[in-house]
Design a protein around this ligand. Sequence first.
Ligand code: ZN
Ligand code: ZN
Length: 190
Amino acid sequence: MSDYKELLKKAGEFHGDICGGIVVGTKLAIYGMENMGMTPGRKDKRLIVFTEIDRCISDAILSVTRTSVGKKSLKPMGYGKFAATFVNIDTGEAIRVVDMDANKKDKESEGGNEETIEEMIERVDKTPGEELFKIQEVSVKIDPNDLPGKPLEIATCAVCGEVVMDGKHHLKGGKAYCTSCFDRSYYELL
Ligand SMILES: [Zn+2]
Ligand SMILES: [Zn+2]
């Protein structure tokens, strides 16, 4: 089995099934890590990954890069775009990898002979990464609070009394507030 197929299997197990997003996301993550001089499928403490979409592809990226939200090494950005950025926090080197297939304008009109998932796996396995993805060299500023490691700032909200980690509090008049109390919340108390 190729490294790709082995990592694809693992990503599929994590995601629940091997769909198109997992097929492409696995390849994207391998390509990204290789371009960073890192080993796909192996945890690398220097790596932080920003994923831009809350869909299948990002589960494959998580699985292959061994990054996680809990380790602060995975940053889901929710931009709704088929791309991910790989950052080496030791060197500051960063690349943004874009899935070109998902960005084809004439994708819909191609139609007709839809490939099966098995055919897609074979195609993606054999195609060199540079034909599937675009790489941009980028610079990413990461707040020290967002880096892995011990918490730098811990506050308590003056309104709700709940703890706010990692500098995510807001200061006003010398008091700290959580985002829900300070700004607006994604939930409403009933
Ligand atoms: Zn899926
Ligand atoms: Zn609060």
